[in-house]
Design a protein around this ligand. Structure first.
Ligand code: SF4
Ligand code: SF4
Length: 496
């Protein structure tokens, strides 16, 4: 973090993110890793051209903590910054385009303080809140990873109320699995992807864990041969994990994502066995076991009308263990529609989320939560689509059929035998249509659009019959986003 002594100007930003030390930003269960380009910052003011005109980047401003002003803008590379009064005063000099020399002259800065003002100017330029040209393009994150969801089994040992999957005992076999990996790497090669990410899913992927490891070894071999960067994650309900599985994941650098929706009965109310017995004790025991062995699981939380009230307790439990987590909103489907209490009742969700944010505020983690606090939104980098569906995402089922989204697995578009499954997915006009946020009615003029991107297209279509319109959860989002920015500002201040 950047910090100067008062009353000198101070500009605080997330320097790790700006320097690109947070390589890919991937907040949730759906497919959405974003890559950001690092921004170089020279450690002295030399590169600043003192006679060149600088322009303000439009930013929303709030009164922040400890006399700081919080700046938020999807047009600035840093996204969020805190400026103390002196830095704000400096920034305000550029209300009309002005050179640094002219601004410093106007402020009448003494020679001994000039160094601090030079540094603040460098920081304002580095973070993108001052620019050397008006109307520079938005620094959109790159969607440069081909993501594949591999449905390793259609079986599951739980019967969660919100699950969209009509479960059977069918498993993916090794031949289909290897052909699926071949198809993924064919599409990666033919569409110039340098990165592949495989999500080993189901059903419950640990029920076919032997296949998961074989397929990841095979994917590693192809990735090395083709000089492609590979990452993988096992999505699990956490019930059947064993120390051997954890060891095996660690050896392969596989990440682990475990679903946990509440503490005790709050979790069991929506994630239970077929006989109604809850899974909480087993899941939390296995989370601890994985963590003790050195594999820190990502916790995937599904927020529903039923679980929202229990969020504060759950978040407290997660923060006590310093686990990464993401909050994802329940998405209604054919199989879950009869559970009316799962629906996203606005007041209940907002109240539960705000109460959870209070817990976070009291126990701010070191890591940024911008990508993981509000459903599909990712406030850590501007982007134009909520997920990769239809663009850089292959969902491959246990028969080798390929769909656009895991919630549309029953509507495959193509299969792994075709030369380039991704090309077929990209040209499809029938399944889920994943428009950019600029194409969505109601979103075009929204100040949050490049962080929100309009929500899950599946959920919007189910609620409205349209893909080109704002999310039905828009009011929830707009209520929560300022709070997320506030939390990030507090975190930056604390870390600085
Ligand atoms: S869904 Fe709402 S908050 Fe999100 S971009 Fe659209 S208008 Fe803005
Ligand atoms: S369409 Fe919705 S459910 Fe499907 S991948 Fe995108 S965000 Fe996830």
């Amino acid at each position: 973090m950047l910090l100067r002594h008062a009353p000198m100007p101070r500009v605080i930003v997330d320097t790790e993110r700006l320097r690109g030390q947070v390589a890919a930003i991937d907040g949730a269960d759906c497919a959405c890793p974003l890559s950001i380009s690092p921004r170089h910052r020279s450690d002295h003011a030399a590169p600043l051209k003192f006679d060149q005109l600088l322009h303000q980047t439009p930013a929303t401003q709030w009164r922040g903590p400890a006399d700081y002003t919080v700046f938020a803008s999807t047009h600035a590379d840093a996204g969020i910054a805190l400026l103390n009064a002196a830095a704000l005063n400096l920034w305000q000099r550029f209300e009309v385009p002005r050179s640094p020399n002219a601004a410093l002259h106007q402020l009448g800065i003494e020679t001994k303080a000039l160094h601090y003002y030079h540094e603040a100017l460098v920081d304002l330029c580095w973070s993108g809140f001052l620019r050397d040209a008006p109307n520079t393009p938005i620094p959109l994150a790159r969607e440069d990873t081909l993501i594949a969801w591999l449905h390793t089994t259609n079986a599951c040992n739980l019967r969660c109320n919100y699950c969209y999957l009509a479960k059977t005992n069918e498993m993916m076999d090794e031949q289909i699995g290897r052909q699926s990996i071949d198809a993924i790497f064919r599409s990666a090669f033919m569409n110039d992807f340098q990165k592949v990410k495989i999500k080993y899913a189901g059903g419950e992927a640990t029920l076919n864990f032997g296949l998961v490891t074989k397929l990841h070894d095979y994917a590693r071999q192809l990735a090395d041969e083709q000089n492609i960067s590979l990452s993988g994650v096992v999505l699990s309900n956490g019930v059947r994990l064993t120390p051997e599985m954890i060891k095996s994941m660690l050896a392969r650098q596989l990440r682990l994502m475990i679903s946990l929706d509440g503490l005790g009965v709050q979790h069991d109310a929506q994630r239970h066995f077929a006989n109604g017995r809850g899974s909480f004790d087993m899941v939390t025991c296995n989370i601890e076991m994985a963590k003790d062995q050195g594999l820190v699981p990502d916790i995937c939380i599904t927020v529903s009308g039923r679980s929202a009230a229990g969020l504060p307790d759950l978040i407290g439990w997660i923060l006590d263990r310093d686990l990464p987590f993401s909050l994802n909103f329940y998405r209604e489907n054919e199989l879950s529609a009869s559970f009316a209490d799962l629906q996203l009742d606005e007041e209940r969700i907002i109240n539960g989320m705000l109460a959870a944010f209070k817990v976070i505020e009291a126990n701010l983690p070191r890591r940024s939560l911008l990508a993981s606090l509000v459903d599909r939104a990712n406030l850590s980098a501007p982007h134009s689509r909520p997920c990769a569906a239809g663009h850089n995402y292959l969902v491959i089922d246990h028969f080798g059929r390929v769909a656009k989204c895991q919630m549309e697995m029953n509507k495959p578009i193509t299969n792994i035998a075709v030369r380039d499954p991704l090309a077929v997915i990209r040209s499809d006009q029938i399944g889920v249509q994943n428009y950019t946020v600029e194409e969505k009615e109601g979103c075009r003029d929204c100040e949050w659009k490049y962080w929100c991107t309009g929500g899950c297209p599946q959920a919007t279509f189910r609620a409205t019959g349209r893909y080109d319109i704002q999310s039905p959860n828009c009011r929830i989002y707009k209520t929560l986003y300022p709070e997320v920015v506030r939390l990030e500002a507090l975190r930056l201040l604390k870390s600085s």
